[in-house]
Each structure stands twice: as structure tokens, then as C-alpha cells.
Ligand binder design. Structure first.
Ligand code: BTN
Length: 246
């Protein structure tokens, strides 16, 4: 019952859905592209999106969340991706806070949630998911080749990308619906905490301004990462994290 747009090539699935959201498209719309010419990653980075083999898609939602809780969308999407890959292929992924999915320490999937807020509520949210699906490792830029992996290289065969999207989207719809319940936010944080590879680990946190090191001990009610540092317990809502030990 939700509109699905499939494009051969787009600058970015995020931009198309954000435009549609501004024009009043209801929650649930999904936009996929075979290739993105201006694929975007977190913190202004580029998301390399070559044609044939990758999975690039975005979902429009209109969650009843406070603007301070938008990190929860990334956590929900991360859980949906990792559960779906486990379910479909038996691959145990690692959830790296806030929104990377790793396999044996290498990046398999990235997630980017962008929101527009009005007063004290989220007007719309667009959650973009990029998965290295049927991509040969040799197709990645040389400087990335030891940091990334793909489903095809893990499994030694090409996978049905349609099944992957369908599984992730139906799981994510379920999680977003659960967020509408009073205990939904707490349950989501608890579920992420159980699966999060970053917790209970020595980390280096890069905020853009400074670098911190310490032990990741907990997630806040907003989904921020709480780290025990030499300067005391600090919480980070947006940052890049490096796991100091595998
Ligand atoms: C990251 O790890 O930095 C997040 C990457 C998010 C990439 C996806 S691909 C589909 C959607 N469209 C974009 O331009 N970016 C997201």
C-alpha cells in the first residue's frame, strides 16, 4: 500500500524523498536507485554508489518522536538490517554505533537519517540505507579495499537484492510502529544495546573538534553513546567512533 519508486540513476535517493516529503507524500514511501551520482554519507561524506550490484534506498517516515530522539531512527534501521541479514543469509553482523553495520570489522552497510522538525516534533524523516550487496571487492576504490566488504564476497555468490530490501523494510515498519507505544523507545534502546558491538569496548570518539578515548558503557534515552573518559562520563550524540580493539 506504499508508493515505491525505482530509478535507474539518481543523484541521491535521499533528495528525491525529502522533496516528496515536503510535497506531502505520506509515510511509507520508498525510493530505490540502481546508481547514485551524488550518494551521500554521514557528516558530509560521499557514499560511492556505482551502478549494478549495490543497494541504495531510502524510506520516508513521519514518526511521533521528539527532535531530540531522532537518533533512534538510525538504531531501528541498524537493527532491521542486521536482523534481516542474519535471517536471510545467517550472517552475524556487528552494529557499530550509531549506524554502521560491519562484518568481521569491515563495513557492509551505512545508514543516514535526515529529519525536518517543526517546533517540538519531527515533521518527516528520511532514512537512507546503502548496502554493499553484489559488488566485487575489486570494484571499491583502493583506499577503501581493506575496510569494506560486500554480501557477494562474504557468501561467494550473488544475492537477490529484492528480497533483502523487502525483508529490511517490513522489519523497519514493524520497529517504527513499536516506537509509537509508550515503552517503544526504551525497548528499542535496550534491543540495540544488546546487539551493539561498540558497548563495553574501548573506543576513540571523533567529534570533529576533539578526540576522546574511553570505555563505551551505555546508551542514553536519546540513543547517545556514553563513554567513561579521563574527564568523566561524557555522552556523544553525533560522532565517529573507532573501536580500539577488534
Ligand atoms: C554512511 O555510512 O555514511 C551512511 C551512508 C548512507 C548511504 C545511503 S545509500 C541510499 C541513501 N542515499 C544517499 O545518498 N545516501 C543513503
Amino acid at each position: 500500500g506504499h508508493p515505491v519508486l525505482l530509478w535507474e540513476s539518481l543523484p541521491s535517493t535521499q533528495e528525491v524523498l525529502k522533496q516528496m516529503a515536503r510535497n506531502g507524500t505520506p509515510a511509507g514511501a520508498l525510493c530505490l536507485a540502481e546508481e547514485q551520482t551524488l550518494g551521500r554519507g554521514r557528516r558530509g561524506r560521499v557514499w560511492s554508489s556505482p551502478p549494478r550490484g549495490g543497494l541504495y534506498f531510502s524510506l520516508l517516515s513521519r514518526p511521533r518522536l521528539l527532535p531530540s530522539k531522532i537518533q533512534l531512527l538510525n538504531l531501528a534501521a541498524g537493527l532491521s538490517v542486521s536482523r534481516s541479514l542474519q535471517q536471510l543469509f545467517g550472517i552475524p553482523c556487528q552494529l557499530k554505533w550509531p549506524n554502521d553495520i560491519l562484518w568481521q570489522g569491515k563495513k557492509l552497510c551505512g545508514i543516514l537519517s535526515e529529519t525536518a522538525c517543526e517546533a517540538d516534533r519531527v515533521h518527516y524523516a528520511v532514512t537512507g540505507i546503502g548496502i554493499n550487496a553484489n559488488i566485487a571487492l575489486s570494484a571499491f576504490p583502493r583506499e577503501l579495499s581493506d575496510q569494506v566488504t560486500s554480501l557477494a564476497s562474504i557468501l561467494g555468490r550473488e544475492i537477490d537484492r529484492g528480497r533483502v530490501v523487502a525483508e529490511i523494510i517490513s522489519d523497519l515498519h514493524r520497529r517504527l510502529a513499536l516506537l509509537e507505544n509508550p515503552s517503544g523507545e526504551e525497548n528499542l534502546i535496550a534491543a540495540y544495546g544488546r546487539h551493539c558491538h561498540t558497548l563495553r569496548r574501548e573506543v576513540r570518539v571523533l567529534t570533529g573538534e576533539r578526540i576522546y578515548e574511553g570505555l563505551a558503557v551505555a546508551l542514553s534515552a536519546e540513543g547517545a553513546l556514553c563513554v567513561e573518559t579521563e574527564e568523566g562520563l561524557l555522552s556523544f550524540s553525533a560522532a565517529d567512533v573507532v573501536h580500539l580493539r577488534p
